[in-house]
Design a protein. Sequence first.
Length: 365
Amino acid sequence: ATATLASLLADDTSAAAQKLRVKAFFRRALALEQLQQHARAFEDLNCALKLAPANEGIRQAALRVQKLVPARKQASFDSAWEPAFPFCTKEVLRLADSERFVHRLRGFTPLDANAVVKFASGIGVSAYHADGGLSAIWPLGPPKILPRQRERADSGHVVPVNGPPELGDEFFSRPNMRPGDGVHVRFGRGGDLRWILCCRAGALHGLALRFEPEGFLRFQDCGIFRKGSMVERWQDSLLPVGFLGYVLGELVLPVKKALGIGLSPCEERLCYENYVDVDAIAPADLNRFPEGQGPEVVQEVSGAIDGQQEWWRPQLRVPDPAKTYDKLSEIPGHFAPIGPSWGRAEVKPFPHGGHCYPRSVPRGP
């Protein structure tokens, strides 16, 4: 049920998607009821009732579970859970890169110089470079060792691969992992929640929520994205029922509890307003592999391009010598040119006519 909710796009309001949401909320609520997690079960049943208020089965289940839910604390954000470290701790990397987490992988992402630790479960955390505070909680892709040099596909020359200069050779000696598909939670340098982003194929795809440190949405920065482009600006009606509770209860809280990091005031407020029982949520089992998977093998990425082209001598070939280059040409045997085109740097190194320098660079006196 949780996987179904995560797979549904936040902006998909079709009848089929709504029916799947209702079924997923209801089934997960019944499972949570059997696990004696009545507060979370009641939350899911409320979400299902908002989507299907006429469903008698869901209503009866909600009444039954409501009697088992303890009375909610009024006007208080306090909870019995006492984390070992505050939300603004600078020890994130030491906590994550610990022997407690078997099969963990420490490395970087292509986005910045922040160090990341990927756990066996596929979830990773990022720590700010030269700061140590929590930067992100997100899924991470397969680990790869990047080459220090690569071969250019256009000229065949070997050029150095650019990396964060502040990391030096460490960027190429440790695994590099791209952020994966799913929900990305980003934090400010003070440890406060800043962004909840839905991503797919390396681009924003779904909800993008920007939070103030106090827990309020910054509406001018929120919206619905599709393949990296904003398709709709923010309105309160765009927030799916139970979305914030799902992100907090299934991702943020379990990971923070596993690391022993407390909640920021923003997260405490959101948990209170979205009926997320902080004490009832168990820490994430970060050492558990996804179903059907095992320990990951770090792959080394080759700097050579695909094919038989050699970097020291570009080989120009005609795929089909019998194919006419210009079918409308009246010249028989007019075939595709074998050499590079006139606009290429091999023939015309200075693209601005006869200039020996680019136009943006002034000549000397």
